[in-house]
Design a protein around this ligand. Sequence first.
Ligand code: NCD
Ligand code: ZN
Ligand code: ZN
Length: 475
Amino acid sequence: MSETTSAPRREQPYDLVVTGVRLVSGDGVATGGLAVSGGRIACLLGPDERPPARRTLDGGGRHLLPGLIDSHVHFRAPGLTHKEDWAHASRAAVAGGITTVIDMPNTVPPLRTGEEAHRKAELIEGASLVDYRFHLGVAGEDPSPLREVGPREATSVKVFLAGHHTAPHVVRDPVQLEKIFRTAAESGLRLLLHAEDDGVFGLLDGWRGEPSGYAEYERHRPRSGAIVAVARVVELVRRHGTSVHVLHASTAEEADLLTAAAYAGLPVTFEVTPHHLSFTAAETCRVGARARLSPALRDAPDQDRLWQAVLGGHAATLGSDHAPHTRAEKLRVPAEAPPGLPGVQEMLPAVHTGLRRRGPQDSPDAQLSCLVRMLAERPAELFGLDERKGRLCAGLDADFVLFDADERWMLEPGTIRSKCGWSAYEGWTMTGRVLHTARRGETVYRLSDDRADAAFGAADGRWLDARRPSDVEPR
Ligand code: NCD
Ligand code: ZN
Ligand code: ZN
């Protein structure tokens, strides 16, 4: 944690001063506060500093995290707003301590060009409580339009290697995949991979037919699909030097292979989701449609390896993969029910609860530092946002979350903000609660003192600019 600096003497009061908090960074925790001016952090404050301010917030000794970045959400606009929309999803986000999201391109129509990104930003303007960026998708056979994409529009491209209900364009042709890797490397774009092998799944479906129940779901979408695809991705990175971020790693083998690839110096990072850390395949049998996911939930040894990837710093980011579907869609027969669950609101408390449960003797401060690394610092670096987001530092946007790390509470249906209205975590007892979220110095979420109610701020989230991320050293 960097030393808190003395507040510079000022004639004017600050817009906001936060006192009595434990400031969390990826390196540690320090007691103090911060001052906000013009939507940015003006300075960090020592424990006894209370400069004049128009508004004050006393944190009562709780933790203050930087506003979190969820680099994997499906907010469903345009075209799929019967499942989710930015008004609902961004409320869910701020209730979960997220102030910036990066949205996935598998909408209707899919997002595939810089021009379309401008149109999408216009569509969202005035509807979002969080700031946002977009990942692009790939269009058709020829990836060369990616060369035209500037960092204003996007610095990252998602590629689906296996198909499912919401996957728009699945890249099955190895020659095309090769071209995409080469073009991305030459254009300085980061590739985000849904790394499951469509050929493996096609073969299995051809032999066994579609799954008729959730008990056999994992056998139809098995770990071999993910492992084969990740091995292929690593080989393509070796050949082309493309920077890749593998999404939703679900198996021990993927975690090992990707960690080894990064260790060997390849520009490879990976993401872990809260649901693969929270549920196992047994839940898919028991909970059925709500736990139907792509990639599928795996068994306890995989889950243990994913936790190790979080605790050991092998995985770079946590991403919610917030992928809501309506109840009616989820209730279709297994073969037709779309995979995905909401998670942007649940991610911080669910993973924090898991950290506490797995490491009851570990330092709570260290657990929060781990979350800040994976949900703020690393995503800001990977997606070129680190000049504005991801840390509590003077000069950066005043995005922060007041978090009570010890409060226990139950996730009840009435607290769910996603438009889909359901959560796989219903009934979970969570440890750690978001009390207050601010974005660029403005309160966007505040839980009432009696916990019965919550107030939301203005939907004036902005489309962020980013710099092209220089290759971040794999850690
Ligand atoms: C996602 C969706 O529904 O858009 N579903 C999922 O199960 N993860 C798509 C995806 O991330 O692959
Ligand atoms: Zn995916
Ligand atoms: Zn996703």
